[in-house]
Write a new protein. Structure first.
Length: 223
């Protein structure tokens, strides 16, 4: 028992450092893209390089873990969306949750890391859940019929980052953060309203396919 008590604070600290590293990695990727360095990530997290490498043997392993957790968040939000009584509320809630989490912020590392078996399995599950949410909304007549699951994925990716908020934070304009946050919420609401079935003007071009995601995430030899 005494040994467990001695180890508990270390475990708590390790978990805290891990959360800080994952959040820092997401933020540095958003700023620096695939060239995000472990030094920058560790510095942003407020931990030493040694602490980072004790938890993750390589930068790729860190990014793989971050990607798997991102898929977990997607799947959890999708399951909650499917559980909602109202199909539109379920769809809108799912999209909003993913955007607010910054679901598209990992796009810069697409094609730079190996996709693990765990990631493929979670990705397949995310595709199934999104297809179910979209089908349910279509059947209820609340989602415009020409919107596809890939459209929804791309919308989330596009709105998953906020250039205005990022710039204001870098500039130290804390006085404008609330205004920018509210403006972002308005943009999300405008985008969601554009998905409603009441719109008669058809969407331009052919519906996008999953190729936009699968080929982007295939690891490139020169990455």
């Amino acid at each position: 028992m005494s040994e467990q008590r001695r180890r508990a604070p270390r475990q708590v600290e390790a978990e805290r450092n891990d959360r800080a590293l994952l959040q820092a990695a997401r933020e540095v990727i958003a700023a620096d893209g695939a060239h995000a360095s472990v030094a920058a990530i560790a510095a942003r997290a407020g931990v030493g390089i040694g602490s980072l490498y004790r938890r993750y043997r390589t930068k790729e392993e860190l990014f793989q873990r971050l990607s798997a957790l991102s898929l977990d968040n997607w799947n959890e939000a999708a399951e909650q969306g499917l559980a909602a009584d109202d199909p539109w509320d379920g769809l809108a809630g799912f999209i909003t949750a993913c955007i607010e989490f910054g679901q598209g912020s990992l796009a810069p590392i697409a094609g730079t890391i190996e996709i693990t078996t765990e990631m493929w399995a979670k990705s397949d599950r995310s595709d199934e859940l999104l297809a179910a949410i979209v089908a349910r909304a279509h059947q209820a007549g609340v989602l415009r019929p020409d919107v596809t699951p890939v459209d929804i994925s791309l919308l989330i990716e596009q709105l998953g980052t906020s250039p205005a908020l990022d710039q204001l934070r870098k500039q130290g304009h804390d006085d404008l953060i609330d205004a920018a946050t509210n403006a972002r919420k308005r943009i999300i609401a405008i985008a969601l309203d554009g998905l409603r079935a009441v719109h008669a003007t058809p969407l331009p071009g052919q519906p996008p396919t999953n190729q936009l995601f699968t080929e982007r995430w295939e690891r490139r030899p020169d990455a």
